[in-house]
Design a protein around this ligand. Structure first.
Ligand SMILES: NC(=O)c1ccc[n+]([C@@H]2O[C@H](COP(=O)([O-])OP(=O)(O)OC[C@H]3O[C@@H](n4cnc5c(N)ncnc54)[C@H](O)[C@@H]3O)[C@@H](O)[C@H]2O)c1
Length: 450
């Protein structure tokens, strides 16, 4: 099928690579001219496993404007950003602009679907349909444009695998023809009729993808509800971690013990510095804002947000417990990305903790194997001292704080680092390291909730 993806960011490019790999004819449109130029030159704009190797600049078209040809593809995906407005609500202006571009550009007699993958408040896809119909009517255009909601659940760091082997595909449309077209597009994934690409093997036992067909506003709310549930689970375990720490219990064992209960499940029960990234806080705030518009409060989600910001301060308190006042100390931060396998720094807990440490008067050094160039570029005013190796960064440090679970941090030469450092404290803000190894190297190990 012919597919046009509008918004060539993390979701758009993953969708493009996956659908191109599955044999569809894909082209991308993005309003950022610099990004388009890089892609045309074969440069991939962000760090993500497997995607750059599968990005095929020869077969995936890229343009900065929608043309009548790209607007008449079988399916057009809206994968543009929906950032947070100052009042916490989702800014859907880019999605509306996509709908307008399509309605203004689509040629007579085309028959297209605009599938919204961007995370948007319930009711948006229906509103887009009305907008498009009005423009088509004004233009006396005979094209048929049907909107659908197709929320995306991929995780950065494993985005291609999440798209090829998803837990579910949600299709929100009242229109049977659109539903059949979308099912046709996703058939290779739903029935797993493809040879897995190198670097994204099929998970053992994965044989087909459940599909949930529903109304657009249900699909839109499913996306928000999923993220809201995940943050609630994470904030729950983080809140409990604080108590475990005081009681002398180990939250990792407690999490294991409750996660074995099928009703609870083992995922998203890792206590740590709290959640970050481009979506979770943005989407939960948008949901709380949406509820307020409808005269409802969301005390559970508001609490999840405040537990999360408290958790970042907890890392600083952990350091103060070990070192006393932080004024004049030198702290080394291991990892800046909001999680491993990405260079995304949006709402990164590491940067939040670094800012708190700087406010306390500490000198902050940092090392990240991948995200450093982006940190320098996106946060030029943050007075962080960047280092090329952990060894160089650690020299003379009072403490190290592990903030991102990069696999290489598991295998650091801890005895060597202990000898080079001034202090002997390691705060493991993700309960990621092997406590025994750290302690055997002569460090005091401080985890979260243990
Ligand atoms: N990143 C994730 O992990 C993730 C996961 C699931 C869902 N989502 C949702 O998907 C959407 C996109 O997220 P992302 O992370 O890919 O964002 P992104 O910022 O990486 O990419 C968005 C792209 O859209 C382009 N764009 C903005 N307005 C445009 C317009 N009017 N016309 C053409 N291009 C335009 C931008 O230049 C940018 O390249 C958001 O709603 C997000 O909440 C993101």
């Amino acid at each position: 099928m012919r597919v046009t993806i509008i918004g060539a960011g993390r979701v758009g490019l993953t969708t493009a690579v996956a659908l191109n790999y599955l044999g569809h004819r894909v082209s991308c449109v993005d309003s950022d001219g610099g990004l388009v130029e890089s892609l045309l030159n074969g440069e991939f704009p962000f760090h993500e496993p497997v995607l750059p190797e599968l990005w095929d600049a020869n077969s995936i078209g890229v343009a900065s404007r929608l043309s009548p040809a790209s607007a008449s593809a079988d399916i057009l995906f809206a994968t543009v950003s929906t950032p947070t407005l100052p009042n916490g609500h989702a800014d859907t202006s880019a999605v509306r602009s996509v709908a307008e571009q399509v309605a203004e550009t689509v040629p007579d007699q085309a028959d297209v679907i605009v599938a919204v993958k961007s995370t948007v408040p319930p009711g948006t896809t229906d509103a887009l349909q009305q907008m498009i119909d009005q423009v088509l009517q004004r233009r006396n255009c005979t094209a048929r444009v049907a909107t659908a909601s197709n929320p995306e659940f991929l995780r950065e760091g494993s985005s291609l695998a999440d798209m090829l082997y998803p837990d579910r595909i949600v299709l929100g449309t009242p229109d049977r023809r659109s539903l059949l077209s979308l099912l046709n597009l996703y058939r290779p994934i739903i029935q797993q009729q493809f040879l897995p690409p190198e670097g994204a093997p099929r998970p053992p036992g994965y044989s087909c993808t459940p599909v949930l067909a529903t109304r657009p506003r249900n699909a839109e709310l499913i996306k928000y509800a999923a993220n809201a549930f995940l943050v609630t689970k994470l904030s729950f375990i983080n809140e409990l971690a604080g108590l475990a720490e005081q009681l002398g219990a180990d939250i990792t064992r407690v999490a294991k013990g409750i996660g074995l209960d099928h009703r609870i499940g083992p995922h998203y029960l890792d206590a740590g510095v709290g959640w970050g990234g481009p979506c979770l806080a943005k989407d939960v705030r948008a949901l709380v804002g949406l509820a307020a518009d409808n005269g409802r409060d969301m005390p559970l989600l508001s609490a999840a947000l405040s537990v999360n910001s408290r958790q970042r301060q907890h890392i600083v308190r952990r350091l103060e417990q070990a070192l006393g006042p932080l004024q004049g100390t030198t702290i080394g931060i291991l990892g800046l990305a909001f999680k491993a396998n990405t260079d995304d720094l949006t709402d990164s807990p590491a940067l939040a903790v670094a800012s708190l440490l700087l406010q306390s008067g500490a000198h902050v050094r940092c090392y990240d194997p991948v995200a450093e160039p982006r940190a320098r570029r996106e946060h030029p005013h943050l007075p962080l001292e960047y280092h090329d190796t952990v060894g160089e960064m650690s020299r003379g440090c009072d403490a190290l704080v592990l903030m991102t679970g990069w696999p290489e941090f598991k295998h650091l030469p801890w005895p060597e680092l202990a000898r080079a450092m001034k202090g002997k404290t390691v705060v493991d803000a993700r309960n990621f390291l092997d406590r025994q190894t750290i302690e055997q190297a002569g460090f005091t190990y401080l985890g979260i909730g243990r």
